[in-house]
Design a protein around this ligand. Structure first.
Ligand SMILES: [Zn+2]
Length: 77
């Protein structure tokens, strides 16, 4: 497996939706490739970070409206 392929299947790999043989191939590659190992770690952190930020509640309407208004107040460059 090549780095490009690892990049391509990274999402599915972390999502654990990759087939057994493919996942195994990724694991073997990652264990021997520092670049991809770093990539896996970074993606994992990113995923848990995003999950924490998105859950569990969406911004209340009032906050959302205020945010939209303040964004509009920012002058366009
Ligand atoms: Zn690699």
């Amino acid at each position: 497996m090549l780095c490009d392929e690892v990049k391509r299947v990274m999402y599915f790999f972390l999502d654990e939706s990759l087939g057994d043989s493919k996942r195994h191939a990724v694991e073997i590659h990652v264990s021997g490739c520092p670049d991809c190992e770093v990539r896996v770690v970074v993606h994992k952190k990113l995923r848990s970070f995003i999950r924490r930020r998105l859950s569990p509640v969406l911004a209340p309407d009032t906050l959302r409206i205020r945010l939209t208004q303040s964004l509009r107040a920012v002058p366009a460059e």
